[in-house]
Design a protein around this ligand. Structure first.
Ligand code: TYD
Ligand code: MG
Length: 458
């Protein structure tokens, strides 16, 4: 019998090597090489063609002006958040990859989309759960749809047979890591399997103009498992994130060939599925009537949406020699920087203090405009003086303690006004802003010291 030829592939970046190595020479990751069987290319591709029935015809180049423009008809789901994140609905023949941590709600989101699209034939392929488990989930969501067909299968060949006989208008694969092509001998979830299955599905989608959603697992580093090439292959990459201890979930676009990547969808996980959150600010601000120290409200922008978020800080005397620094939902290096700015510019001593910072709702904020609010929460807790109610902040803080201007300030002001805020602190650099246009008082500040004087100096 002929010797089986194998090679080693890095599961992180897809680099191949004839022998096993402890560290990948390309991405420098440790212990990522896995042995895989090499198939002669021609043999593998003809076998693949036989199985999937997809033959790519030879094509001729045409002038771009002779290509007819077609009016693309997007498929609109009942989920406004998803429609917006996709750039206005599902594009026919488009492949969408949706990644997220286990238990975050990827399967729930996709099943919910499937059962709500009543007049369309949908094929939901699950390689992870049994039909009964999916039925249980559908019962929780509580919508019946006779056109939503469930297939529990991991063999790519059988999936293609079903695709051909059912001819669905939308196909969902849960998940791409569980699919296995019989042409390859490597196990499901390996780089070559993922690449093979995804490319076969991509060809199907383009040939029959059927949109396909692929659910993808993510690695411990938070990137979608499998080769980077998977993200290149698909048209749209969505990331479903959130803290499983909280009920909020964010759907972000990381790549979109058919729309903007700045969109954001917000959901709340309830006992009967995911609920779309159309006005998130009201939920992210706790409704307490009494004033508490260490709390302040930031007017941030996530994607294109203004979002007012509560930031909390606790500054207390350190019980041990080494003071603790902890930040949830906020970059801890940035927190250290802000503390250093307060030490240097305002003369506060945090050397013997524990400092904890938390963003309400388990949400991670990357907008630098949150800095000013964090500073105020820290000062408020340090001095034990409350930030007055109905006051919010938007400003980036620089190394010399200056308050810098931030983008989309008009949108932030309008949102704060809409939610009944009375005063907003912003950078003095926002010149040319028509303050009378807004229903709330705008306080222009240039430095952190100025903010301290205005709010906390007794
Ligand atoms: P799931 O969609 O299975 O996550 P993923 O596919 O990303 O791994 O969702 C898992 C969690 O969602 C599970 O912990 C239970 C919770 N859940 C609800 O809270 N309400 C519901 O209606 C459903 C269906 C799930
Ligand atoms: Mg799942």
């Amino acid at each position: 019998m002929a010797k089986v030829k194998t090679r080693y592939i890095c599961q992180n970046c897809g680099t191949t090597s004839p022998k096993w190595m402890g560290k990948c020479t390309n991405c420098n990751e440790w212990e990522t090489y896995v042995e895989e069987v090499v198939q002669p290319k021609s043999k593998a591709s003809t076998k693949q063609q036989q199985l999937t029935g997809i033959v790519s015809p030879t094509k001729k180049a045409v002038s771009i002006s002779r290509i007819e423009s077609i009016e693309e008809k997007r498929l609109l789901t009942n989920d406004e958040e998803l429609n917006r994140v996709l750039g206005g609905g599902i594009v026919p023949g488009g492949i969408v990859l949706i990644g997220g941590e286990p238990g975050i709600g990827k399967s729930t989101l996709m099943l919910q989309i499937a059962v709500h699209l009543q007049n369309h034939k949908i094929l939901y392929v699950s390689g992870e759960e049994s039909a009964q488990q999916i039925k249980l989930r559908a019962d929780r969501i509580g919508v019946k749809n006779h056109n939503c067909l469930i297939l529990t299968e991991t063999n790519l060949y059988n999936v293609f047979q079903q695709l051909k006989s059912i001819q669905p208008q939308l196909c969902i694969i849960d998940s791409i890591q569980t699919l296995q092509s019989p042409t390859l001998e490597s196990t499901a979830g390996s780089v070559s399997q993922i690449r093979e299955c995804a490319s076969a599905l991509q060809q199907y989608a383009k040939q029959y103009n059927v949109p396909i959603f692929l659910i993808g697992h993510i690695t411990k580093e938070g990137t979608i498992a499998g080769p980077k090439i998977l993200e290149h292959m698909v048209d749209t990459v969505l990331q479903f994130e959130g803290d499983t201890h909280y009920s909020y979930r964010l759907l972000r676009t990381k790549k979109n060939r058919f729309g903007s990547t700045a969109e954001l969808g917000i959901y709340e996980m309830l006992h009967n599925g995911l609920r779309q959150v159309s006005n998130p600010s009201e939920l992210l601000i706790s409704e307490t009537n009494q004033e508490l120290s260490g709390i302040s409200i930031a007017a941030t922008i996530e994607g294109l949406r203004p979002l007012l978020i509560e930031t909390q800080a606790l500054v207390s005397r350190s019980a041990y020699g080494t003071p603790q620094r902890s930040a949830t939902g906020f970059d801890s290096r940035r927190l250290n920087m802000l503390l250093a700015v307060l030490e240097k510019r305002c003369g506060f001593r945090f050397g013997d203090k524990d400092v904890f910072v938390n963003i309400a709702g388990g949400i991670k904020v990357e907008d630098p405009a949150i800095d000013l609010s964090i500073i105020c929460a820290l000062l408020s807790s340090f001095e034990d003086v409350c930030v007055p109610q109905r006051v919010c902040f938007a400003g980036e803080v620089g190394l010399s303690g200056e308050v810098r201007s931030v983008n989309r300030i008009e949108q932030r002001l309008l949102e704060a006004d809409k939610l009944g805020f009375k005063r907003m602190f912003i950078s003095a650099n926002h010149k040319g802003l028509d303050a009378k246009k807004y229903g709330l008082e705008i306080v222009f500040v240039s430095t952190v010291e100025k903010v301290y004087e205005l709010l906390f100096k007794l």
